[in-house]
Design a protein around this ligand. Sequence first.
Ligand code: DOR
Ligand code: ZN
Length: 437
Amino acid sequence: MALMLKGGHLVDPQVGLDMVGDLLIEKDRIAVVGEDLDQAAYENLAEELEVRDMVGKIIVPGLVDIHVHLREPGYEQKEDIASGTRAAVHGGFTTVCAMPNTKPVIDDGAAVEFIVKRAEETASCEVIPSGACTKGLQGESLSEMGDMVARGAKAFTDDGRGVQDAGMFRRVMEYAKPFNVPVMVHCQVDALVGEGQVNEGVVSTRLGLAGWPAEGEECEIARDIAICRMTGTPLHIQHITTERGLDLVRDAKEEGLPVTCEVTPHHMFLSEDDIGEDYNTSFKVNPPLRTPEDALALIQGVEDGSVDVIVTDHAPHTAWEKDREFELAPFGMIGIETSLGLVLTNLVRRGIIDYQRLVELMAVKPREILNLEPVSLRAGSKANITVFDPEIRWTVSADEFESKARNSAFIGQELIGRATDVYVGGVAKMKEGTIVE
Ligand code: DOR
Ligand code: ZN
């Protein structure tokens, strides 16, 4: 089946595209991009031609989220590859990078092979595996990096934890270097963070919860940048949350070091002030929600280019795990079904970024960081395509999630803009807001 998407607003900074036009897709590739393509001229194609009206919609290269917890193997009660990738497609994503903090941890070739195979069997979108830096995320010995890369791992990360020992982290960076994959770091000095639950400061005092200080994150960002300077291995700082942390990244970039960073919607659009007396555990995330000033600094970083990508850190948990005392609930919130709507509502509609920058942050740069084949709106490119309607008004509702989990702090918020159609390799995965089975 060949496919023509007609009359959408095509946006792709990689090819300087910002116009109303049509796309012709044949098999898994984009065949033609043009203005007002003549349907009749293509009706003698070998295959049948499906024409879809995309007037009023924005069409962009498939969105990519490089920080997602799919929880399989081992925690399928929270999420699995099938449900997590359905949620991804529902949120407008064609590609996700799966974090390795599963049970068992993805720290050798066989485990990566398992992810690849399960994704082939059950996933609705592309799943890019990442592997742990250290065995069992224990920070004590190196994982089987070569074996993992040979089977498809595109990044190394001990996400959920920081590698505590600086010497060990140096070995991680040195060993990773020849494989040409980035080391992605969750920055957390355990000796400073301890049992910290929320940002250390007025709010932790008011709520009577142990503090998770900004310095617990910033000290490790500084250390990791120093070791990046020592080794030259590409370093990607995960879910950065503070203004000073971002300044460290700015300095590193200015120096020419191969350092990139990501932010999440929850760290930009929520702050510690949103954690109320009801101790809603959906607001418990790691790193914690910081001050309103920090949140604003992250938004400025997105605006000025210091932030490279927006990710969700989609972290599903069961209701019974979250429905407990704040200290006992696990860290994390889901995000993959609300990310695009939040970014459109809070950044694009407010004029902080335009569609071009959105595509850079959510499609182009994520692929670049993982060294994936570029996807763009040009003839010959793989047909990974996200279509969204920038005018749909919707209210985030727990009942509408494709994820198994409900731990979103955005439930009840009204958003404007939502993905309607998703194509992965030319195959429709969502049509007019409904997942294609
Ligand atoms: O909030 C978080 N949840 N942060 C992390 O780093 C890990 C994640 C999880 O695995 O639940
Ligand atoms: Zn993390």
